[in-house]
Every structure is written in C-alpha cells, then in structure tokens.
Design a protein around this ligand. Structure first.
Ligand SMILES: [Zn+2]
Length: 128
C-alpha cells in the first residue's frame, strides 16, 4: 500500500547483491555419480585400497596389514553409502551389494540390526 521510490541507496544495495551472487553453489559443483559407476567393496581406511578381506571377526587389508573388526568396517561403509545416496533406503541387500560381499547376508543383517533402527518387517525392512 505504501508507494516506494527507489533511490541511490537501493541501487547500491542491488549492485551489491548481484556482485555477491555465487553462481556455483558447493552442491552444483559436486561431481555427478551413479551407483553403478562406483566401485563396490570395503575400502581400507588407512591405505584406501579395496584389498580388504574378512578373517573371522576381523576385516584385514592385504595391502597394508590394517585390521579392524568387520562390524566397524561395515558400519563405516553404511555411513558412506548414506552420505552418497541420502534418499536410498538402507537394507541388508543394498549394503551386501555395496560392500561387495559373498555369503555374508546374515552377518550384514545382524550388524544392521545391532547398530541401526529397523523399520518394517521381513523383505520390506530397512534401517535408519
Ligand atoms: Zn590398507
């Protein structure tokens, strides 16, 4: 209802806003990636190689010898997956595939149940 008149001050402010405008936000400058393009497996937190194998309760890196419990390694991978794919649901199958494991679905299931909140039941279950 109030008539406004633009003065020199407004013009200076407008110019400042324009000059401050950042064209590339940190989000748009992130590289684009797709699940299929990313290497699956558990990378070693020390040397970043994918040469880790599970030995008993441990995950052992055959490149640098780093050892950690398999559970810690899986949870770290879950957190990385969540960071990369925030809209994807965490399920036993997605994590089993993401960690590139063979014959460890029950183990993954146990680790997820122990460390995360289960939502839903049976094949529709996912974790938060
Ligand atoms: Zn290593």
């Amino acid at each position: 209802m109030m008539p406004s008149k633009l003065n020199k001050k407004h013009k200076i402010l407008a110019d400042q806003f324009v000059s401050l405008h950042i064209n590339n936000s940190s989000f748009s400058s992130l590289p684009s990636y797709h699940y299929d393009q990313l290497r699956k497996g558990i990378p070693c937190p020390k040397c970043k190689s994918f040469a880790t194998t599970s030995v008993g309760r441990l995950s052992v890196c055959s490149a640098c010898g780093f050892e950690e419990t398999f559970e810690v390694a899986v949870i770290r991978n879950v957190n990385e997956f969540k960071l990369l794919f925030p809209t994807e649901k965490i399920t036993t199958n997605t994590i089993h595939d993401w960690c590139d494991l063979v014959n460890s679905k029950k183990r993954i299931n146990r680790i997820l149940e122990k460390n995360m909140k289960k939502v839903g039941t049976h094949q529709w279950a996912y974790y938060e």
